[in-house]
Design a protein around this ligand. Sequence first.
Ligand SMILES: N[C@H](CCC[C@H](N)C(=O)O)C(=O)O
Length: 270
Amino acid sequence: MEIAFTKMHGAGNDFVMIENLDGKIELTSEQVAKLCDRRFGIGADGLILLNPPADSSTEATMIYYNADGGRVDMCGNGARCFTSFALQNGVGDGSSVSFTTDAGPMTATAKDGQFTIRLTPMRDLRLDQTLVTPHGTYSYHFMNTGVEHVVTFVEDVSSIDIKPEGSAVRYHQDFAPKGTNANFAQIQENGIIKVRTYERGVEDETLACGTGVTAVAIAASLKGLAQAPVSLLVAGGDVLTIDFDRDGESVSNVTLTGPAKNVFTGTVEI
Ligand SMILES: N[C@H](CCC[C@H](N)C(=O)O)C(=O)O
């Protein structure tokens, strides 16, 4: 079957976007992995289906797959690309879209090339934890900002050997069986937080992780290291903005703002 796609990226985190508003396309994890393969396929960190709404309470459904073909609940950078792609396909009111994800319902707005996503409520917060791995012992914070994240604050993120250290966290038995994403964050003197992320399901560092920088921003605020709105510098060079309301450890109205860009369109046989 021939499928049309649009390749997009959100701050360097890149995706194969497929319009599926008639709901006719169903992909196996093997097909997704092949499409995301950077040599035998289109190449991407993930694949996103623009599916029809589940009911009249929403305008579309976002289905997210990691590059390994595994379906996971959500993707923050992907949600910005989804919003842009949905608007390009006539969904929404021209500048805003409401949609559901496996993590829950979300809304998004577009303005001057920037996309603001209202994320699902942060949950499963565990502050001030300790993790022992073959590559080091880390003090960390855990939370779910749409997907699972470990946040470790370090003096210098450039000193992190991200693939071995990140995968040791991602596969640690403390997070089994689902695993987690691993974020290493450095509070810079200018207050902008530098973040590097090893992503589950990509099994490597990505140039940005939207739900990851969200977890870093919330952890930094809860630990008195930053105040909302928080600016975060990602490996691809973009600065993403996370905002939220906070009352003690209660965090609400979490938003992620950043770019979403089309790269190319094409068709592919699956
Ligand atoms: N790899 C992540 C999903 C994508 C998250 C990231 N790309 C983002 O922008 O939030 C996971 O397996 O939980």
